[in-house]
Every structure is written in C-alpha cells, then in structure tokens.
Design a protein around this ligand. Structure first.
Ligand SMILES: NC(=O)c1ccc[n+]([C@@H]2O[C@H](COP(=O)([O-])OP(=O)(O)OC[C@H]3O[C@@H](n4cnc5c(N)ncnc54)[C@H](O)[C@@H]3O)[C@@H](O)[C@H]2O)c1
Length: 335
C-alpha cells in the first residue's frame, strides 16, 4: 500500500483525489488546501481524510509516501522541492515549473533522493494518443510530416499564466511523445485582447531537424470548443478529435506520391492516393485513472514514469522558447 496525499483542491485537485481513492494499492490519507471553505467540501465527501490548510502537515505525516500537487503553476517548484527533500515521491500537475532551470533542479533532486518525479501530462495516457503512438511505431503512418493542433474555446481567463502556459502544455507534451525529439527552432505569436500582459490567443510553430513541422493554435477566446489534431504521415494521416464521444481517431489512407517527369525535370507530377478510412476501437478508461495508477506502479516497482521529470523539463524548455519568441514579435528561437 502507498499512502497518498493531495495538495490543492481547486478545479483539478478533486479529480486526483477521486482517482487515487479508487486505486486498490493506495490509501488516500489527506488533502491540503489553503482555503478553509474548500476543506469543508472535501470533508463532506471523504470524512476519513486528514484535512489541513498547511501542506507541511502532510509532508510530516509518516503514513504518506507520495504527494500529488494541483496548485497554481508558480507554486509547483517550491512545493515539489519540499516534497522531494522530505524523501517522498511526487506527481506534479502540468506544466512542471515556470522555468526549465527549476525543472532540472527537481529532476536532479529526485535522482539524488531516489524518489519518483512524475508530471501529469494527462493526454499521453489517453487511449487516443497511445493509439497514435502505436500507429507511428508500427510504421502504418510512414514518416511523420507534420502535426497541426487546435485547442480553443471560450476559456477561463487565468490570472497568473497566459494561454501558452495553460493550454499548450497538452499539445507540446503530445508532440514531445509522438516525435520523440526536441524541435530545433520555434517561432510564436500571441496577443491579449483585453489589454493585459497575459496573452489569450497564441500560434506556435515548431521546426524539427529532419524537416517535420508542428503548429499549435491555443485560445481562450473562441465561440466554440475545438480539440482537433491532424497528423500527416507519408503513408497515412490521422484526424484526432478529442470531443468525439466515440471514433475520436480516424485513420485515412490518403496521401500523395511525387512522380518525376524525366523529360521535364522542373515539373513534378503529383499522384493522389485516396483509399479507405477506419476508426480504431479505443478503451474508454479515464486518462487520469491511468496517470494515478502509473505513478503508484512506478513507486512500487522502482520504474521511471513515461512522463518523468525530464519530459516535464523538455515541455517547459519549449514553452520558454515560445515565450521568448512571443516577446520578440515572433522571431525564430533556437532550442
Ligand atoms: N492535467 C490537466 O488536464 C489539468 C487540467 C486543469 C488544471 N491542471 C493543472 O492543475 C493545477 C491547478 O489548476 P486548477 O485549475 O485546479 O487551479 P485552482 O486555482 O482551481 O486550484 C488551485 C488550488 O490550490 C490551492 N493552493 C494554492 N496554493 C496552495 C498552497 N501553498 N498550499 C495548499 N493549497 C494551495 C488554492 O487554494 C486552490 O484551491 C495547475 O497546475 C493546472 O495547470 C491540469
């Protein structure tokens, strides 16, 4: 049994508490949140839990082996550092930290203290993203050409982070997982339509050394909710619509082949291939359930999580490069 505590019970924390409370090898011990009215709500639902406004109490509780952090992004680093320094394992919400320097410090601390540091890059644990990874690894899609993602809605304007740090970690973590390498360069533009310093809309472009590209559009100012990703491969292409209740993924046997005209070398003829489309079956398991159970299994077996601290640090490094590009009117930034 692993004793678990959760720090932060705002919007996302209750989902972590619910999922940890459903795992067989977990004893959920306590919840910390700064706000007293929040703790009353937790107590009504989970009367056996230790509730505190000071997370230090959870750090000092010998029944707790691991803590999950679902507090605002700027607090992730100091809290995670405290948790790892106390010799406890930690699951941190995305994005891991606000700077890659902080992220790498946490990675080193987790290695030194031999404790699991995992980041909740939730989408990596969805059946849809797992399926796309399988399609890539099996060679069914061929060489990956591009990834194009739109993640927009009339979203909650955050007070401490812009849309880049709020929504783009999802797309960048998926990109990092599927491409399995860092982009060479990024350029990004972003805008705040309400006159403050926090951009509510951003377009991010990523350039990979072997020619692949990715584009991500994130916004809190769209009239409709769109969660759509296109992945183009040399053999097949995928459309991933996360809002579809079933058939989230469609695999299209479509593409082009260039035929060289030997007489007219400057002319390349394009041959279009239009074949069948299929939608693979996806297990409906909640991704966060997989996140929590993977975290616990890594602790019990001494394994490295798929979304370990290094994955978290890579995502933060890419976010930092995008931020620098936005500040410099979209100039290309090398990673
Ligand atoms: N994985 C996902 O899909 C997903 C979705 C939403 C949010 N998140 C992440 O979860 C984190 C929290 O986001 P949210 O939307 O739930 O925020 P929120 O503001 O709704 O909740 C944060 C809670 O943390 C508490 N808190 C702040 N500082 C604290 C401290 N020092 N000790 C104890 N409690 C403290 C606040 O009182 C609040 O209740 C963020 O990192 C966010 O990016 C992840």
């Amino acid at each position: 049994m692993i004793g678990v505590g959760v720090i932060g019970y705002g919007y996302w924390g209750p989902n972590l508490v619910r999922n940890f409370s459903q795992l067989d090898d977990v004893q959920l011990v306590g919840v910390a949140d700064k706000r007293a009215e929040i703790l009353e709500r937790v107590g009504g639902k989970y009367p056996h839990l230790k509730l505190t406004s000071d997370y230090e109490e959870l750090l000092n509780n010998p029944k707790i082996d691991a803590l999950a952090i679902a507090t605002p992004v700027s607090t992730h680093y100091p809290i995670a550092k405290d948790v790892l320094s106390k010799g406890k394992h930690v699951l941190v919400e995305k994005p891991l930290t606000v700077s890659s320097q902080e992220a790498w410090e946490l990675v080193r601390l987790s290695e030194k203290n031999k404790r699991v540091l995992m980041v909740d890059h939730t989408f990596i644990y969805t059946s849809a993203v797992q399926k796309i990874k399988d399609l890539l690894l099996s060679g069914e899609l061929g060489d990956i050409y591009y990834l194009d993602s739109v993640r927009v809605n009339l979203g909650l304007f955050q007070h401490d982070i812009n849309v880049l740090w709020d929504l783009a970690p999802h797309d960048i973590s998926i990109m990092d997982y599927l491409f399995d390498k860092l982009p060479e360069e990024v350029n990004a533009v972003g805008i705040s339509h309400i006159g403050n310093a926090l951009e509510n809309t951003a377009h991010l472009h990523f350039y990979y050394p072997s020619g692949e590209t990715a584009h991500v559009h994130v916004s809190w100012l769209a009239p409709v909710k769109i969660r759509l990703m296109l992945i183009g491969g040399s053999k097949k292409m995928v459309v991933y619509n996360d809002l579809e209740p079933s058939e989230k993924i469609k695999v299209y046997d479509k593409g082009i082949t260039l035929i060289k005209d030997e007489k007219n070398l400057h002319k390349a003829l394009v041959d279009y291939r239009i074949g069948d489309m299929y939608s693979p079956h996806l297990e409906p398991t909640e991704a966060l359930h997989r996140v929590c159970s993977h975290f616990v299994s890594c602790i019990l077996r001494g394994e490295t999580p798929i979304t370990d601290g290094e994955a978290g640090a890579r995502v933060v490094k890419i976010l930092e490069a995008c931020k620098r590009s936005i500040s410099n009117q979209g100039e290309r930034v090398k990673l």
